[in-house]
Design a protein around this ligand. Sequence first.
Ligand SMILES: [Zn+2]
Length: 181
Amino acid sequence: MQAQLGGLTEKLSDDNIYEIPYRLRDYAADMIEKPVYLDESAVVREARKHFQAVANELNLYLVAHGKRPLGYGKLKIKALDEPDLKDMKGGGMSTVLGLYKPGTDELCLNRWLIYNIPLLKDVLRHELAHHYQDEGEIIEGYLKQYGEARGVPIIEDEADMLAAEMKEYKPLVDKRFVSYN
Ligand SMILES: [Zn+2]
């Protein structure tokens, strides 16, 4: 039996169907390059602790859906500052939780997120979804096709959907065959 996994062909043994998700998990984790952390703020240090787990969720989801896992070597993570918001309409420092700047690979995080780690992880998921859209030129494509007023809401909806899906995605496993460490 063979399965196509993101361009790779893996041989699967017929007697252990549970092999697949675990190989996927290892594969997705192996592919993660480290992002660059641009400052030593508390929120960036906290993001660094959780980055691998969140990026692994996304890559696992992508690989399991026949897509290429993302490398994160180009990504730059920093604390959100006033100048980061200069091109944004309607959002201020108190309301913008995170920001991804297409074309620059910069991901900015609101400093208050250190007080809510589950929310920090949700923001990371959403902004990594934008990084995925950016790498695949999906953002550019929507803006070209629909313009900014109609394109941005579509981009945001799709990022929210991908963030929710990567968070919920659990490969099919049977714990009897697996040991955890
Ligand atoms: Zn967004």
